[in-house]
Design a protein around this ligand. Structure first.
Ligand SMILES: Cc1cc2nc3c(=O)[nH]c(=O)nc-3n(C[C@H](O)[C@H](O)[C@H](O)COP(=O)(O)OP(=O)(O)OC[C@H]3O[C@@H](n4cnc5c(N)ncnc54)[C@H](O)[C@@H]3O)c2cc1C
Length: 403
């Protein structure tokens, strides 16, 4: 006999937990259950990201990312402070490597104004008073509201709060599929559930789960691996995050310096095409069917993509070289010495959504659903920063779809 629950949330990353908590807040008398396939929450992107609370100036004003990033930065910062978790309010400099980068700095500034985000244009000399080691051409942008936190700490606090609020969090319990002949019944490692509503927040597997419910027909997730290289310089060697101007045509921000919550510096992350969804190290979690499909899709992108995938892939694959990664970071700061960069951190994998027919990488968050289920697709960066307003938006959509 399937266990009834009003809401069944699939996936215990930051989005699944934030959605479960928001559902519980809006429906205090209803049962919310969350199933997570791993033995603990946050084992994938939500526990393996840069931990940067982005400010919200990269995204065009009409996007969901722009709407949620500014508010998410504020909301997550308040949550972190109220829970007495670690926060490094170190800000961020966005630098120009040459005159060619200056128009992009101007575009970011325009986006910041449209999105209502604080971002200040500073001269190279002013930038050096903020971060003595920064290199920039003529000027830079200073974002005072960018900060860093510890993603593992944050997700552990989300889980604690969720359970205290009465949400059933079932770890080690994968979603397995829908029961044949009983479309309302969902099979999981924790037994069968008969949910009133299903919310799919399964990250790297969100497209697969969505297909079972008749969604994500036009999309597939492509995994991109993010590697980090840690500096062994003492805490405080860098005062602030330093980013290059990004290529706004692709969804990745380029190799940058992140100052971690404890004051150490790391460079990365890369965005190297991965060949199966959870390809963290070696042949770990190898899936032959995924490998075949992803290689086939990557080859398709290589031949004809809606953007310059060939250049991106070649450039990213070169970043497996420590020397190359350090050389790129050396364009952003002085005295960046290969001798300090030996330790690779835990990699993370981005669940990047691609439109199958146009071979375009989706830049914004995507939601698909109906009166029975909602599917969160493309919860890529900065979804960690956006998680709280994003969850409210998911719950608004559920309310509309079930009205
Ligand atoms: C390298 C990297 C750096 C990043 N840096 C930043 C940053 O600095 N700032 C920022 O805001 N964002 C950043 N991001 C993005 C951010 O981490 C993600 O957008 C966010 O964590 C997505 O959360 P999620 O809950 O959707 O996914 P996930 O954290 O991947 O959670 C999905 C969960 O679903 C579970 N699951 C999958 N299949 C099943 C199944 N069948 N049954 C049950 N459970 C299942 C998984 O085990 C997983 O726990 C970064 C991402 C990466 C990869």
């Amino acid at each position: 006999m399937a266990t009834p629950t009003d809401f069944l949330v699939l996936g215990g990353g930051i989005i699944g937990l934030a959605v479960a908590r928001e559902l519980r807040r809006r429906h205090p008398d209803q049962q919310v259950t969350l199933v997570e396939k791993e033995s603990s929450v946050g084992q994938h992107a939500s526990g393996r990201n840069s931990g940067v609370l982005h400010a919200g100036f990269y995204y065009s004003a009409d996007s969901l990312k722009a709407r949620f990033c500014r508010d998410g930065n504020k909301a997550l910062r308040e949550y972190i402070l109220s829970r007495k978790l670690s926060l490094n309010p170190c800000g961020k400099l966005v630098v120009a490597r040459s005159a060619a980068d200056l128009p992009q700095l101007d575009e970011l500034q325009r986006r910041a104004i449209r999105n209502g985000v604080a971002l200040e244009s500073v001269t190279a000399a002013e930038a050096r008073t903020i971060e003595p080691r920064v290199k920039t051409f003529e000027r830079a942008l200073w974002s005072p509201n960018t900060a860093t936190a510890d993603p593992a700490q944050v997700i552990a606090a989300f889980r604690e709060d969720a359970e205290r609020e009465g949400i059933q969090v079932r770890t080690g319990s994968p979603y397995l599929g829908r029961t044949q002949g009983q479309p309302g019944v969902v099979r999981t490692g924790a037994g069968e559930f008969a949910p009133g509503y299903v919310v799919n927040c399964a990250g790297l597997y969100a497209d697969r789960v969505a297909l079972d419910f008749g969604f994500s027909q036009n999309y597939r997730i492509l995994p991109f691996k993010g590697l980090y290289l840690y500096s062994d310089e003492p805490a405080g060697a860098f005062r602030t995050n330093i980013y290059p101007v990004p290529d706004l045509r692709n969804p990745f921000l380029g190799v940058h310096f992140t100052v971690t919550v404890d004051g150490h510096a790391k460079i990365g992350p890369t965005a190297i095409p991965a060949f199966w969804r959870e390809q963290y190290t070696g042949f770990d979690r190898f899936q032959a069917a995924e490998f075949a499909e992803i290689v086939w899709r990557d080859l398709g992108l290589f031949v004809s993509a809606g953007f310059d995938f060939r250049r991106l892939a070649v450039e990213e694959l070169r970043k497996y070289s420590r020397a190359h990664l350090v050389k790129l970071a050396g364009e952003l700061a002085t005295n960046v010495d290969l001798a300090h960069y030996h330790h690779w951190g835990k990699p993370g994998i981005r669940a990047q959504l691609m439109q199958i027919h146009t071979r375009k990488l989706e830049m914004d968050f995507v939601l698909e659903g109906d009166a029975k289920s909602l599917h969160v697709l493309n919860a890529v960066s900065p979804a960690w920063t956006c998680s709280l307003p994003f969850a409210a938006h998911v719950c608004d959509r559920i309310a509309e779809l079930t009205a």
